[in-house]
Design a protein around this ligand. Structure first.
Ligand code: NAD
Ligand code: UFG
Length: 337
């Protein structure tokens, strides 16, 4: 078992992954600055697993603080979740996004290199496939056409990590391209708890179901898809967490760089997600058709062959279970974490 540094471990995907790592028997050290999360998530990881771990409240832009973490702990590998992720906000605040995500990653890689830790699993995104590639997305497709600053931070960090790996063959890098993570931990203790008005479909629907929002705005029903709404590859956050366990095993045992899609390979429309949530919460949820949202595409889903071959990993949960677990979290935490 290994000692894993988790950046952004208090966040949505990070917290579920921390629980999975501890349950598998790994040790973890978590760093976060709570810019988009709450300390409560860390308490709940401990409640779920019955295990304790070290936590440092720090900003990954602070090299000295990161360096200290490596000096005080023997870290075998890093899972790097920390980053800003709101697409719309990244268009308004490009400098903040480039600085936080790219400079933050540069500081992290520098601290890793100086302390002899050269194994990293990075949170990339399906957004790197841009608008020109046909679905299903395959890892070998070109990835240089992001549509917003957030997407470009992922494209650039993938390039930086690839260049680092080329420059020094001791590095081992997994670039995990997530599709659309939704759902929540089975316990109902962890889930997605966005600040303010949710940008993403699933947490928005959850807030309509809990009565916080009046109706779901459906961004366009005139796409070239079966019901006219956008199609995405929704993946249960626990499946995603499980994918990270495989990626950690992989980077511990190999060197070089691999990009790997983490999705289900199945596309679901906005109405499919809405209806699954209605089934979970047992009531009809109001919606209105609105104009298309700028930057959205009609289709986005993964080819999942590489994850199966390289990691022997495959998503297990279907949309109904994602909705049921998401609703369980919403019901148990009406005011979030
Ligand atoms: P999140 O916002 O819930 O988690 C990110 C965490 O990083 C938060 O706890 C935040 O406080 C922390 N953080 C941000 N900047 C930091 C900094 N400078 N120093 C220290 N901590 C910092 O987001 P998430 O949904 O859990 O996403 C995790 C990662 O996965 C992100 O890199 C995101 O871009 C990527 N990703 C997410 C999705 C998605 O739909 N959720 C899809 C693809 C990729
Ligand atoms: N949608 C609505 N109403 C809403 C929110 C979303 O109709 O209130 C629709 C969108 O138009 C889209 C679908 O629901 O068709 C999914 O939208 P999300 O905002 O939930 O997710 P995206 O696919 O747009 O983007 C997400 C993350 C990105 C990431 C991308 C690919 O937000 O960070 O998945 O992984 F890059």
């Amino acid at each position: 078992m290994a000692n894993i540094l988790v950046t952004g471990g208090a966040g949505f995907i990070g917290s579920h992954t921390c629980a999975a790592l501890l349950e598998k028997g790994h040790d973890i050290v978590v760093v976060d600055n709570f810019s988009n999360s709450k300390p409560e998530a860390l308490k709940r990881i401990k409640t779920i697993t019955g295990k304790d771990f070290k936590f440092y409240e720090l900003d990954i832009l602070d090299f000295d603080a990161l360096d200290k973490v490596f000096k005080e702990n023997k870290i075998d590998a890093v899972i790097h979740f920390a980053g800003l992720k709101a697409v719309g906000e990244s268009v308004q605040k490009p400098l903040e996004y480039y600085h936080n995500n790219i400079t933050g990653t540069l500081m992290l890689i520098k601290a890793m290199r100086e302390n002899g830790c050269k194994k990293i699993v990075f949170s990339s995104s399906a957004t790197v496939y841009g608008v020109d590639n046909p679905v299903p997305y395959v890892e070998t497709m070109p990835t240089h056409t992001a549509t917003n600053p957030y997407g470009y931070t992922k494209v650039m960090i993938e390039q930086i990590l690839t260049d680092v790996s080329v420059s020094d063959s001791e590095w081992s890098v997994a670039l995990l391209r997530y599709f659309n993570p939704i759902g929540a931990h089975k316990s109902g203790l962890l889930g997605e708890d966005p600040n303010g008005i949710p940008n993403n479909l699933f947490p928005y629907i959850a807030q309509v179901a809990s009565g916080k929002r009046e109706f779901l705005g459906v961004y366009g029903n005139d796409y070239d898809t079966p019901d006219g709404t956008g199609v995405r590859d929704y993946i249960h956050v626990m499946d995603l967490a499980d994918g990270h366990l495989c990626a950690v095993d992989y980077v511990l045992a190999h060197t070089g760089v691999e990009a790997v899609n983490l999705g289900t390979g199945k596309g679901s429309s906005v109405f499919d997600v809405l209806h699954a949530f209605e089934k979970a919460c047992g009531k009809e949820l109001p919606y209105k058709i609105l104009p298309r949202r700028a930057g959205d595409i009609a289709w986005c889903y993964a080819n999942t062959d590489k994850a199966k071959e390289l990691f022997n990993w495959q998503a297990k949960y279907d949309l109904d279970e994602m909705a049921a677990d998401g609703w369980n979290f919403t019901k148990k935490n009406p005011n979030g974490l």
